[in-house]
Each structure stands twice: as C-alpha cells, then as structure tokens.
Design a protein around this ligand. Structure first.
Ligand code: FES
Length: 161
C-alpha cells in the first residue's frame, strides 16, 4: 500500500512539474530597458561644463558650452568601457586601458581610435531637450564627422545653426 502511494505521489509530482514548466513558457524572460528616447529638461537647466546627472540612468553626459549643448554617449571607442569624467583634470578617462578624451569627447591619449559618439538631440514643443540614443553621430578618423550635423546639438538660443 505504501509503495502504491509513493508511486502515485511520484507520478503526480512529475506531471505537476511538467505543467509548471509548460506554464513558464507563457512568461518569457524579457529585459525591460529604458527607452532610447527621453527628455532631460530645458537647456537652461544645465550649467556650463559636463553634467553627469544622466550617466547612471542613460549612460550619457550632457555638455553645455557657451553656444550649444550636446550629449555624449558614455562608451569608450576602444573596447566599449564607460569612461569617468574628471573635473580636476578636465577630461574623460577610460579605466580599462587609459584612453583620454577632452570635454568634447575627442580622444587625445591611449588606444581609442576616435571620439566618443554623440546622441541625436532636439527641442520639443515645450522647449525640452529630447535625447535619442537610437541615433548616434560618430566622428571616424577617416573624416565625415557627424558632430557637424545640426541634429547632434542644440544651440542655446533654441534654434539650430
Ligand atoms: S576600453 Fe577604453 S581604453 Fe580600452
């Protein structure tokens, strides 16, 4: 009698696990990443220099210069590490192999072959800066630098140059 109970318990456990595994297929493992398009505020919300507010959440720095504002995608162009901004040295420094970039994200030391990419930026109807990381502008050493494209920055007067 005990053996019969044990056999039924094992069979029920087997089918119970099989049903649970079957149901698990209806809940796929998905990764919910933040939208590549997001608002960061008004241009006047940023002080001159490098702003790190969005580095953790969106992996970007916002750089405000006297005439314009642009967004650097924080990915080293050597092997993809995330550099750090050093206020005292006034440069981005990659912790992996030592590449250095100036405040505009242009490489000047280490193995990085080109500047860091910039994100597409535009102003919406409310004057908010909208960043789109699905559209990056690169500056390859061979020329044709995308940083000159009007969509890679906003002028502080609120118009494109
Ligand atoms: S990944 Fe940045 S220097 Fe190598």
């Amino acid at each position: 009698m005990n053996r019969r109970r044990f056999t039924w318990a094992a069979v029920c456990a087997f089918f119970g696990v099989a049903v649970l595994m079957f149901l698990r297929f209806f809940f796929p493992r998905t990764l919910f990443e933040p939208s590549p398009r997001f608002r960061i505020g008004q241009p006047s919300d940023f002080q001159p220099g490098v702003d790190e507010r969005f580095r953790q959440s969106h992996r970007v720095w916002v750089v405000r210069q006297p005439e314009k504002l642009f967004v650097i995608f924080a990915r080293c162009t050597h092997l993809g590490c995330t550099p750090n901004w050093s206020e005292t040295e006034n440069k981005f420094k990659c912790p992996c192999h030592g590449s250095g970039y100036d405040m505009e994200g242009r490489n000047f030391e280490g193995p990085a072959p080109r500047p860091m990419d910039r994100a597409h930026v535009e102003l919406d109807a409310e004057g908010q800066v909208v960043v789109d990381l699905s559209r990056l502008y690169a500056c390859p050493p061979s020329g044709g630098c995308g940083f000159e494209q009007a969509e890679s920055f906003v002028t502080l007067s609120g118009t494109r140059s």
